[in-house]
Design a binder for this molecule. Sequence first.
Ligand code: HEM
Length: 222
Amino acid sequence: MADISFLFSWLNVLQREVLRRRMLLTGLLKISEWAVFGGWLILLGLYVSGMFTSVSLLLELGETFGTLAFALYIATLIPSMVRRLKIRELFPIMSMFLPFRRQFGVLMFITAFIHQSFTTMLPALVLVEFDFAKFPSPLMARQIFGYIAWWLLFPLWLTSNDLAIKKMGKWWKILHKLTYVALFIIMMHVALVGGWNYVFALLVIVIGNVVGLIKSFYGKKS
Ligand code: HEM
C-alpha cells in the first residue's frame, strides 16, 4: 500500500500556516461577504435600469454562485464530521476549518441568496421586463426545494453571532442542528438539478456522521 504519512505531515504544516493567518483570513471572509453583496446590488441595478438584459449571463453566474454556496456549506459541515469520526490524522482538517465556520456559514447564506436571484428571480423578472403584474412565475420542484433549504438556513444565519450564542444558551446548538435537515433538502435540490457529484459529496458527509455517531455509541458502551 502507498505510504500516505507524508500527506498527514503536509496537512499539519498546512494547518499551522492557516491558523497563523487566522485573523487575516477571517477579515478576508468578512470583506468577501460585503463584496459579493455589493457586486450583486450593482448587477441588480444594471438589470433593473435595462442596461443589461442577458438572461444567459445571469444563469451562468447563478450556477457559479450555486457551486460556491455548496462548497461553503460543505465547509461548515466538515469540522463536526471529523470530530465525530475521531480519526486523529484528520484532526488538522477540523482545526483548520473550525475557526472559520461562522464566516463560511454567513458567506454561504449570502451566496445562496445571490444564487437563487440569478438562477430564478432575476431571469423571471427580465423575461417579463420587470412587469410585476406578470410575476411571480410558477416555480419548479428544484426551485421549491432550494427555497425551503434557504429558509431553513435563515434562522441559522440570523443567530450566527456572539450575542445570539450568549442569549440562546443550549437552544443555540439545538437550532443549529437544523443544518442537517437542510442537508437533505439541499440533496433533493441538487438531485433534481442533476448534480450527482454534489449528491455524492453530501452522502459522504451523511455517512461520515453516521459512522462517527456509531463509533461514539459503542465507545460509550465499552
Ligand atoms: C434559495 C433558493 C434556491 C433556488 C431558487 C435555487 C435554484 C436553482 C436552480 C434553478 C438551479 C439550476 C441551475 C441550472 O442548471 O441552470 C440550481 C442549481 C444549483 N443549486 Fe440552487 N437554488 C437555491 C438554493 C440553493 C442552496 C441553498 C444551495 C446549496 C447551498 C444550492 C446549490 C446549488 C447547486 C450546487 C446547483 C448546481 C449548479 C451547477 O449546475 O453546477 N442551491 N439552483
